[in-house]
Design a binder for this molecule. Structure first.
Ligand code: GLN
Length: 202
């Protein structure tokens, strides 16, 4: 099996490692492909879009001619995990907690609305143990994390968290072959990468 990691900016290596560990646990033979060109999308069975800075990743993807091919690949069923900035990119509606509308390039494949930097600045980063349906207890690392504030259509929100400004927000969203997390599972668990490999194997 081949697992792609969008390799334009962010914690790319960590996703490669998480896929390798997950494959080891499942006994699947796996090659990791660091995706920088549209043609590479055709080779992969599953994809991760890492955390980092979502505007930067979106702008670089556009510049590399990857934005449209990425959107098409995900829409046509490529199992895709987006974490933090990757989750922002996958969402359909994005505002920043401080500056409001960002008009950044998005994939818009997930039926979810997200607030960037919803928990404040870098120093407000935190870890929490979350009880997530389908995943059990997960140690979640939030780094200048976004929060899901709304989902519709086929998207299912997971991990409700109380939020002073937005009421109840969610830590993750699952929609068919797509999983998006506000936190960084690649840093603390293989559960999400394992699920993605399992979806790709079906
Ligand atoms: N705050 C970043 C953004 O909105 C995401 C941070 C992260 O990926 N750790 O792009």
């Amino acid at each position: 099996m081949k697992a792609g990691v969008l390799a334009l900016q962010g914690d790319v290596e960590e996703h490669g490692e998480a896929f390798r560990r997950a494959a080891g646990e499942l006994g699947v033979s796996l090659e990791v492909v660091y995706v920088k060109r549209p043609a590479q999308l055709k080779e992969v069975d599953v994809l991760a879009i890492p955390g980092g800075e979502s505007t930067t990743i979106g702008v670089l993807a556009k510049r590399a001619g990857l934005l449209e091919p990425l959107r098409d690949a995900v829409k046509s069923g490529l199992p895709t995990l987006g974490t933090c900035a990757g989750a922002v990119l996958m969402s359909s509606d994005v505002v920043d907690a401080v500056v409001g509308r960002t008009d950044q390039p998005l994939l818009g494949v997930l039926e979810a609305a997200v607030v960037r930097n919803a928990f404040g600045r870098q120093r407000e980063s935190f870890e929490a143990d979350l009880q997530l349906e389908d995943f059990g207890q997960v140690r979640a690392v939030f780094i200048r994390a976004p929060a899901f504030v709304k989902t519709w259509g086929g998207a299912k929100p997971l991990g409700p968290l109380p939020h002073g400004r937005y009421g109840t927000v969610y830590a993750a969203v699952v929609q068919r072959h797509m999983v998006a997390t506000a936190f960084h599972p690649e840093l603390s668990t293989t559960a999400f990468h394992r699920l993605m490999l399992e979806i790709a194997r079906r």
